[in-house]
Every structure is written in structure tokens, then in C-alpha cells.
Design a protein around this ligand. Structure first.
Ligand SMILES: [Zn+2]
Ligand SMILES: [Zn+2]
Length: 78
């Protein structure tokens, strides 16, 4: 079974390859504290102001609230 990155739609043979890819995928710049998923900015907002987690059954919302920029988190960890 192929594993597809839902951000950029690339496919990988194994789940491990997909996990490694997710760390570098340029399409997944945001992540949600509520469900831990990563996703592309354009899937979370339509107006660049109101953000909402695109994951079904997740009510995470708000940039800097439930939803964070992956880049900012990496900087904060250093
Ligand atoms: Zn990707
Ligand atoms: Zn979420």
C-alpha cells in the first residue's frame, strides 16, 4: 500500500519514508496542537487570518493558539 503525503501528494513505499518526508515537506508548514497533524497553510485558511485545523473531528483553530508554524517551533526548541 502506498503512503501519500497529504500536503504535497507525493507517495512513498513505506510509512517510515513518509514520516521522514513530513519533516522536510515544504507544504506542511503548520501543525495543530490538538491532533498533532501537519498540514499546508492553504488547507487551514482561506483568508490568511482565520485558521482552522483541516483534520476531521478536530476543532483546533487559531494561528498561534492551537495552530503553530513548524518553523517557529523548531527555533523555540534550540
Ligand atoms: Zn509532502
Ligand atoms: Zn487538529
Amino acid at each position: 500500500m502506498a503512503h501519500t503525503c497529504r500536503n504535497c501528494k507525493r507517495t512513498f513505499a513505506t510509512e517510515l519514508e513518509l514520516d521522514l518526508h513530513k519533516d522536510t515537506c515544504t507544504e506542511g508548514q503548520l501543525f495543530c496542537d490538538e491532533c498533532g497533524e501537519r498540514f499546508a497553510e492553504r488547507t487551514a485558511t482561506t483568508d490568511g487570518w482565520h485558521y482552522r485545523c483541516p483534520t476531521e473531528d478536530c476543532d483546533g483553530k487559531g494561528i498561534g493558539d492551537d495552530i503553530h508554524q513548524v518553523e517557529n517551533v523548531r527555533v523555540a526548541k534550540q
